[in-house]
Design a protein around this ligand. Structure first.
Ligand code: HEM
Length: 487
């Protein structure tokens, strides 16, 4: 009878000691060879063997629903240094979370510096994806894409494709009576991306591709364990099927000498200074990445648009006033032009406020590749990952007054200081689709507020933060046509 309490007492004494030894050994494993580095390692902890600080990370993102407290806790424990060390996603990492450090990391590039893109799985994105490559290929891809996104003729073509997709999706929502905005805005944006980027229209094909993309994205967020049954294994299969569909389309265009007005064509026709074209896989992998980059990010902001406007009828009213002024100057059924979109002063502020609050990218990954990097005396060791934590800055009262309030008017005079507004990243990898995303959002707001009404079914539901911030019910709402309005 006395044996059990004795075992319990021994365990109570031994377990904390054993835990301390495990953590100490894990810390030493990474720190041992680093004692004589070119700077001091940022404060922090490497956590547990294998898991690192992943449990703490998931605790704040998934369970406590207070993602930024992951950083707040480190500030409280190690001081407000703006840079910490940790072990996350299976790697030793340096986390930067101050405007100054974030700016420094994001402005660096591999050829002259040592920081490369550090997305967890190149195999899923592809080795020639713009989000993965550095150097000459990165510059060349960006040049072609920026041209496609900013050339007025191409932009007009993109808008004339995107608007009918948005209008027909809104009409479909009315026929459903109630919708889960998180899902519906995704399907609408997916159709938009595929039509603008590869001219795919068939609903059957788009439905199939969206399923494959969801599989691919689940793999990007999972552990890279390639055995049947894992999300990663499934994602590799989805990627293969997606690249096959896109390769098939490319080859058909070449065989039938068909030219289309889309991004695939721009990439297929792009030549470098020696007249060399991109290889087939370079085109295909970049189309895959463009759809990945634009799909969920843009749709989630639209969902937040419906959510916040349902909660702020006074802002919806002002938005409507602006939209009505534009519509007055148009014929029935006439689509918005680039000039109309540029003229949307109040809508632009609403869009910017939505993008800030939606905080789609919580952080950006980099990897220290060539040499150690030293930032303000802190050492970023070679082969470590860097996580640039951007989301907490966008809702920090130091930079945004009453930061959680949905207040489009803050953008009337606000010019964010460098490093305090990085929703689209910064530096050489700044999001090439940012102005396209802003335009899509404004078009969506215009059509939605002019012609429809919606009401949240669960206005007080809490939020979830994984994989992206959203109301827990996905913004379930009644969606109907506004009385007395028509196109
Ligand atoms: C609200 C919508 C969007 C948000 C919040 C967003 C956010 C971001 C961020 C933070 C980055 C920087 C990643 C890094 O530095 O590693 C990025 C890069 C990128 N985005 Fe977006 N994005 C959006 C829309 C789009 C759209 C519509 C497209 C294309 C159709 C797109 C395509 C890309 C691509 C290809 C990159 C990689 C650029 C590079 O590595 O050079 N994004 N985006």
């Amino acid at each position: 009878m006395e044996v059990v309490p004795a075992i319990v007492a021994a365990l109570a004494l031994f377990l904390p000691f054993f835990a301390w030894i495990l953590r100490w050994a894990h810390e030493r494993r990474f720190i041992r060879e680093l004692v004589a580095g070119p700077g001091s390692l940022p404060p922090g902890s490497m956590g547990w063997p294998l898991l690192g600080e992943m449990f703490d990370f998931l605790r704040y993102f998934k369970f406590a629903k207070r993602p930024d407290d992951f950083i707040t806790k480190r500030k409280a424990r190690y001081g407000d240094t703006g840079i910490y060390r940790s072990h996350l996603f299976g790697s030793p990492v340096i986390i930067t979370c101050s405007p100054e450090f974030n700016k420094q990391v994001l402005s660096r590039m591999t050829e002259e510096e040592s920081l490369s893109s550090g997305w967890p799985s190149n195999k899923l994105l592809g080795n020639s994806s713009i989000a993965v490559v550095d150097g000459i290929l990165h510059k060349r891809l960006r040049k072609s894409l920026m041209e496609a996104f900013t050339n007025p003729k191409a932009l007009n073509a993109q808008l004339s494709i995107a608007q009918p997709v948005i209008i027909s999706a809104l009409e479909k929502w009315v026929s459903k009576r109630w919708i889960v905005a998180y899902d519906e805005t995704k399907t609408m944006t997916f159709c938009n991306m595929c039509e603008v980027l590869v001219s795919f229209k068939s609903m059957e094909l788009l439905g199939k591709m969206e399923g494959l993309y969801r599989g691919l994205m689940a793999g990007l967020r999972s552990l890279t364990i390639n055995i049947p049954g894992t999300a990663y294994h499934h994602a590799l299969k989805c990627r293969k099927q997606l690249t096959d569909i896109l390769l098939d389309e490319m080859r058909k265009r070449v065989e039938q000498a068909v030219q289309k007005q889309d991004f695939m064509q721009i990439l297929m026709d792009s030549v470098d200074e020696n007249g060399a074209k991109l290889r087939e896989m370079e085109v295909v992998e970049n189309i895959v990445s463009l759809i990945l980059g634009g799909y969920e990010s843009t749709s989630d902001v639209m969902m937040w648009g419906l959510y916040y406007l349902a909660k702020h009828p006074e802002i919806l009213e002002r938005l409507k006033e602006e939209a009505k002024l534009i519509r007055k100057q148009k014929h029935k059924g006439e689509l918005l032009s680039i000039e109309d979109i540029k003229s949307m002063n109040y809508t632009s502020k609403v869009a910017e406020e939505l993008i800030r609050l939606a905080n789609i990218s919580p952080f950006i990954f980099r990897r220290v590749v060539k040499d150690d990097v030293v930032l303000n005396g802190y050492w970023l060791p070679k082969n470590w990952k860097v996580i640039v934590w951007i989301r907490s800055i966008h809702i920090d009262s130091k930079y945004y007054s009453d930061p959680l309030a949905f207040n489009p008017d803050r953008w009337t005079d606000l010019k964010p200081k460098l490093g305090t507004y990085s929703v689209f990243g910064a530096g050489p990898r700044y999001c090439p689709g940012s102005s396209f995303a802003r335009s899509l959002l404004k078009i969506f707001l215009y059509h939605a507020c002019l012609n429809y009404r919606w009401e949240l079914l669960n206005p007080d539901v809490g939020f979830a933060y994984q994989p992206h911030p959203r109301p827990r019910d996905g913004a379930k709402m009644i969606f109907s046509r506004a009385q007395g309005d028509d196109y």
